[in-house]
Design a protein around this ligand. Structure first.
Ligand SMILES: NC(=O)c1ccc[n+]([C@@H]2O[C@H](COP(=O)([O-])OP(=O)(O)OC[C@H]3O[C@@H](n4cnc5c(N)ncnc54)[C@H](OP(=O)(O)O)[C@@H]3O)[C@@H](O)[C@H]2O)c1
Length: 330
């Protein structure tokens, strides 16, 4: 089968090779001897793959390896009792090996893909939307009627978080850096959009009538203190990522003085050994798809080639991605 491998750790432009390799067995490292084999139609591309081309991600497989954490496609075979049959449309999370014509995923990280979503949207579903549900609802305790501020709101996690928060019944204030990204955040369903290069903290306080209940932060960096200042009493700041590059530090007296919380949300580490939690999150996302709240925005697609994958990774690395970036595989 055709696949893209990371062959060294020199970065997106030079680390990738298109190769012809054997198809995977129907066995996943999380479920040895068992796995759902998927004929891949589209593969999702995300920040971790950028980091993996430089050896900077926490998961460091031996070289060479096929990256690609999530795919959408058609089931070729599934273990007995998995609830899938050959020919089913699915979104699946193989963790690695997604940049290929065939991938293998654990049954508990494989989800039926409803007809409302195409394969590109399916490849945008698991990492971002499961993270959004996990961060907003499970970790952040978001409730209907609350106000959420979403940083990096035109990105993959950001657009997903807007849609999930709206589906929960919250009001969403999006923070973005450009006019183009403002359009994307509005298309995702944001009620209000503020610019990160303007007085976003004051605007958010005014728009929310004194402070937001929750901040969802995949960006980090030096806006963190202002995020804390934008919270209402009892507000929560959920830490999801650090695309700005630096890991913020917090003076905990701020939390005491304003009765606020900082909450970590690491979806992968939490769910990887919890099949039932994955199924529950999958069921919640399915309800949001059914109700029309979840419609992944795909900002760019590239072919399954070394050049195509490099372009996809560079788009993310250069802060140019909107919504989800995918590789068209079939
Ligand atoms: N905790 C978890 O379980 C979990 C799960 C999935 C992903 N993540 C993490 O969440 C983060 C966001 O992922 P994503 O897929 O949403 O990425 P993305 O689509 O590239 O979006 C990230 C956003 O970050 C903002 N940003 C600010 N400074 C940036 C910079 N210097 N370089 C690049 N972007 C910058 C950009 O928005 P503006 O230009 O509008 O500022 C951009 O739209 C990543 O760090 C990822 O690893 C965490």
């Amino acid at each position: 089968m055709r696949a893209i491998q990371i062959t060294d750790l020199s970065g997106p432009d030079t680390a990738l090779r298109e190769v012809d390799i054997a198809e995977p067995e129907a066995s996943h490292m999380l479920t040895p001897g068992s796995g759902v084999l998927v004929d891949v139609e589209a593969a999702g591309v995300s920040f971790p793959e950028v980091l993996q081309t430089r050896g900077e991600y926490q998961i460091k497989p031996p070289l060479p390896f096929v990256p690609g954490s999530e795919v959408a496609g058609i089931v070729r075979s599934a273990p007995d009792g998995a609830g899938f049959s050959a020919g089913d449309r699915v979104a699946a999370f193989p963790m690695l090996g997604g940049f290929a014509e065939v991938a293998v995923a654990p049954d508990f990280l494989t989800f039926g893909l409803p007809d409302e979503l195409d394969f590109r949207q399916g490849a945008a579903l698991i990492l971002n939307y499961h993270t959004a549900w996990f961060s907003l609802v499970i970790r952040g305790r978001l409730k209907a009627g609350e106000t959420v501020l979403v940083h990096g709101a035109a990105g993959g996690v950001g657009t997903a978080s807007i849609q999930v928060a709206k589906g929960v019944g919250a009001t969403v204030i999006a923070v973005v850096s450009t006019a183009e990204k403002e359009e994307v955040a509005r298309a995702a369903g944001a009620d209000e959009v503020v610019r990160s290069d303007a007085e976003w903290r004051d605007e958010a306080k005014e728009l929310s009538g004194g402070g937001v209940d929750l901040v969802l932060d995949p960006v980090g960096g030096d806006r963190f203190t202002d995020s804390l200042r934008s919270l209402a009493e009892g507000g929560r700041l959920v830490v999801v990522g650090f695309t700005a590059g630096s890991i913020p530090e917090v003076k905990v007296n701020r939390l005491l003085l304003n009765n606020t919380e900082v909450i970590g949300a690491g979806w992968g580490a939490y769910v990887v050994a919890k099949p039932e939690t994955n199924r529950q999150i999958g069921a919640e996302i399915a309800k949001l798809i059914d109700a029309g709240h979840v419609r992944p925005l795909v900002g760019a697609g590239f072919p399954l080639s070394a050049a195509g994958a490099a372009e996809a990774l560079n788009l993310i690395d250069g802060r140019g991605a909107t919504g989800k970036v995918v590789l068209d595989v079939a």
